[in-house]
Design a protein around this ligand. Structure first.
Ligand code: MF3
Ligand code: CO
Ligand code: CO
Length: 262
């Protein structure tokens, strides 16, 4: 295994990339309304990343991916490709943004509820995905085990009666978009002790029904739940610091600490 430990200078660049990523998700919030197309949202975010943040989308061209962001609606689990589809009242939407700034990556996603209401079940699903990510973040510190993350997420999902996607993981991040290690979101026996200077994402995808997924054969990207029931995801980029964790992509709208120390 080759896990990079970031130097103080690299950590500063990860902070800058993470903060830019967080601002994209803050900036786009008022535009996520009924009637807007996902392509319009993608264009607004790309323009902002390029012109305001003086950065680049890491998604654009990644393994041939055609757009700047991923926008995944309702039963779409991840990698939804922005297009002419219009959002409607009650949709639950994940926007996943990865910014590349000064050679380093920040990667984060959150759910948005379109309009004023969605179903109680959709609300619970979004809350569960966010809470499971927060509980997992709380386990992160030097000396803790990577497997504690999956354990924490599993507890929250089990309690709510939802399932956890197994086909996609969190990942180390830095100069590489997807570095080692893979971060499993379900209970597992990986045995990796965390060290100061590691950076990785936690990005649980929680499904209302089955955990099983399908990839669209025509576009090669869009992942949906096998049973067409809804899915929700949150993602943060994290840094292991002395005695704890720093959330590099924390937003202003969150009620969660940037730094946790023990
Ligand atoms: N942002 C996604 C992740 O969390 C990856 C998207 S890759 C893309 O790892 F090509 F679909 F954009
Ligand atoms: Co990621
Ligand atoms: Co992402």
């Amino acid at each position: 295994m080759d896990i990079t430990l970031k130097s103080p200078n690299e950590i500063e660049k990860m902070r800058i990339a993470g903060a830019a990523t967080a601002r994209v998700l803050e900036m786009i919030e008022p535009y996520v309304v009924p009637g807007v197309t996902t392509e319009e949202l993608d264009n607004i975010m790309n323009d902002y990343i390029v012109n305001v943040e003086k950065a680049k989308s890491a998604d654009l061209g990644y393994q041939g991916y055609p757009k700047a962001t991923c926008i995944s609606i309702n039963e779409v689990v991840c990698h939804g490709i922005p297009g002419p589809h219009k959002l409607k009242e009650g949709d639950i939407v994940n926007i996943d943004v990865t910014v590349l700034k000064d050679r380093f990556h920040g990667d984060s996603s959150r759910m948005y509820i379109v309009g004023n209401h969605t179903s109680p079940r959709n609300e619970q699903l979004c809350k569960c995905a966010q809470e499971s990510m927060y509980e997992a973040i709380k386990t992160v510190r030097p000396g803790s085990n990577l497997a504690d993350i999956g354990d924490a997420i599993q507890k929250v999902a089990d309690k709510a009666g939802f399932s956890i996607v197994r086909d996609y993981c969190g990942h180390g991040i830095g100069i590489g978009f997807h570095e080692e290690p893979s971060v499993l979101h379900y209970r597992n026996n990986e045995n990796l002790i965390l060290q100061e200077g590691m950076c990785f994402t936690i990005e649980p995808m929680i499904n209302a029904g089955t955990y099983k997924c399908r990839t669209n054969r025509k576009d090669g990207w869009t992942v949906t739940t096998a049973d067409k029931q809804p899915s929700a995801q949150y993602e943060h980029t994290l840094l292991v610091i002395p005695n704890g964790v720093e959330v590099l992509t924390l937003r202003k709208d969150e009620d969660f600490p940037r730094i946790i120390t023990h």
